[in-house]
Design a protein around this ligand. Sequence first.
Ligand SMILES: [Zn+2]
Length: 407
Amino acid sequence: MHRVGSIMLEKILNSDSGDYRGRTLPCKKGHDFEFKEYRDKKLLTVLGPVTVKRAYYFDRVCKKGYCPKDVVLDIVGTSFSPGVRRIMGRVGAYRPFGLGHEDIREMAGICVDPKEIERASHRLGAEVEEFYRKEAKLFLSGKIVPIRVAPTMYVCVDGTGVPVVKAETANRQGKGKDGHAKTREAKLGCVFTQTTLDKKGYPIRDESSTSYVGAIETAEVFGSRIYAEALSRGLEKAQRIVVIGDGAPWIWNIADEQFYGAIQIIDIYHAREHYWSVARAVFGCDKETIKTWTDERRSELNHGKVEQVIEAIKNLLSFTEDGKELLEREIGYFEKNKERMRYNDFRRQGLFIGSGVVEAGCRVVIGQRLKQSGMHWTVRGANNIIALRCCILSNRWEDFWEYRACG
Ligand SMILES: [Zn+2]
């Protein structure tokens, strides 16, 4: 049936006799593209291979060839139809490139090379990025406005290391024993909204309201990215904006600059990890003491009594010699972030305080695809695939193809 379909498709695609548009076409720089000849292109479509006849033009000054029909059919510089590329991109976003071709053969009866999936995925990722950039411009200029808005918007930001090839970490300080970095930090943001509370007064995340953006890039560039995303999701109409993150200073710089006036919350799970590392450093293997001590801190933190947590850590200073540095660092952490840890207050306002959402976001968007064993990415390659995954996981994949079809 596919074969029959591809024969019919071929007939339809060639019913325009090659999209001939006259002897010459203008070039952007003022020259002419001259009609040369009709050229055949073998195209792999979802129905199977077809041959497409296209009018071919050439600009002698710019030394560039051009087929108007390729633009119309969205097959410029590729011998795969948009339908096949869509399948390859989706598979490439989820599976290591070396494995996806088997899935495609099994599910769609299309034979493609793993290398081709890789190439198509990277190219689509770059095009997704372009799509986001153009859309961001429209939102920033107010030419389009968000459709769905909710009273409370959460902006969660996190970072995670992506394993990269050696050249990408030259001259960079790392955490490894030899001091060389083996990863680059991908910054990830997710935006979701909340409208209601459950019977017990806990917040409920609006269904399918989560969208993701991310890239390996500077905090400054990422700041604009996450701001544009929030804007497109109804930032200006939201009554409350909440930024959730861990203790990383760049996150709070972004919160101050891009989301001024937002409620800032340290993810409670991260905050807990900090007194836990104190307990482990001081009490070692004494599990019972660790438990009683951390239980007290947990309760204090739940009540937003950060000063008491700080006091408790200070009281331990005299018990440890080698742990002093760590304890002082953690005291500093709680001091600096105490207003972001008034969890009783946040709870009373019916807010999420420890998302798990950001953490889950990083795991899903980055970890599951980019951090598998043996993987080493270039920054550009990683960013392409992150863009692709963010688009799909934010349910924007259809929008992206719509944009490609309609411009
Ligand atoms: Zn020209």
